[in-house]
Ligand binder design. Sequence first.
Ligand SMILES: [Zn+2]
Length: 417
Amino acid sequence: MAEQMGDKPWFVTRGSKQRAPCWKIEDKVAMIDTSVRKWKCAPIYVINYVEENRHEVFDGAHRCEALIEFQKNEFAIEKVKSVDWETSPLRDYIGKKFEDLPRDVQNIIKNYKFDINIIDEETANNPTALKLLWERLSKAGKPLNNFETMIPIHSDLNTMVLQKHKETWYETEFHPSKKSDRGQLETKFKKLLALSEWEKTPQFASMEDLIVKWSDTVLGKTTEEIEKNTRDKADELNCRLKQTKAIFHELRDRNTFHNDSGETYIDKSKEVPLLIILGRLTYWFPSIPKMKRCIQKVSDYVRELIQKNPNDLCKYLGVNSRNATFQKKLILELDTKFSDFSKETNERRLFTIQEKTRKLEEQNYMCPLCQKGIAPHQRNAGDHILEYCKGGKTDYENLQIVHKVCHEEKNMESKGT
Ligand SMILES: [Zn+2]
């Protein structure tokens, strides 16, 4: 059909109202792939100039041209990225032109049918109407983004996990907008899940690539695997996203992302670092109590990183630009710090009886907090001089024995500040 059309002088693929051709070989091969798979594509819009007996393509010229040029042997099938070669019927014909293909494949291409919408001449001659139509067609023809492409494959993940968390993240530093029309927020969630999955994040070429790796290894590759694993893991994934949210709030409460006047440091350029920081924190601190023991350290450290402007952060990490290497370096840097912080939280919290007895004697049975004696009938407590929650160690140097009531008072005060 396309071949026949291309030969007819009354059918003009690239008329006066068309842009210059801009399709690359990628796009052309993808179109041939579409035709051989017998997939429908969006309709071609054609203007019918009745008097001149001429049809001019208004929208879809590239698609027509790709089929026409291929049938004229003007290009060969190349192994382009836009085609899934494992499933493509063209996989055995890489390097081949139309004339090299078996007859049955040739016939499928020859007989490929476009849906054609005719634009009447009146519309064609009305610039306002034509512009409006063009705008609508361009909008409808927007290429799918990565999230949209995965909608059919990740439909369970979407409904059982991602959708549940959206509402609470709107209009935050993490997602300043109050909408997610094309899955922007869901995509961030997927990145968070991928970032918080492994102790050692696998090699990746981009954040999108990391999502693919995560989905392939954690959810599986076939539709059945993905469905089953998503159902099995939904609870855990939901927990993890909840934890990310809790961590985010803990940090925010401590002005980690804001200066003293309440202005935020987070802008568009901090989007990726913030995402990576939250993702890795979620891995290292799966529960809030665990995190609370070193929250001040975490907060101080994160504030220092996130305050840096993009160039300084690059310099700090020793990379030239903010590519995948930057992201990997940042992950490495965070992992070193967060794993240290989290080890500290595993330290014992209580002093031993021996330590306490020895210390009490050493203090001459005096309470350093109220400067009064600790009598045998009074209960006492082993107190961290530098509070445990502020990173104080449970060692003999950091121990003092105090009245139990004094201890409680001190704890109340430190909570109040
Ligand atoms: Zn006391």
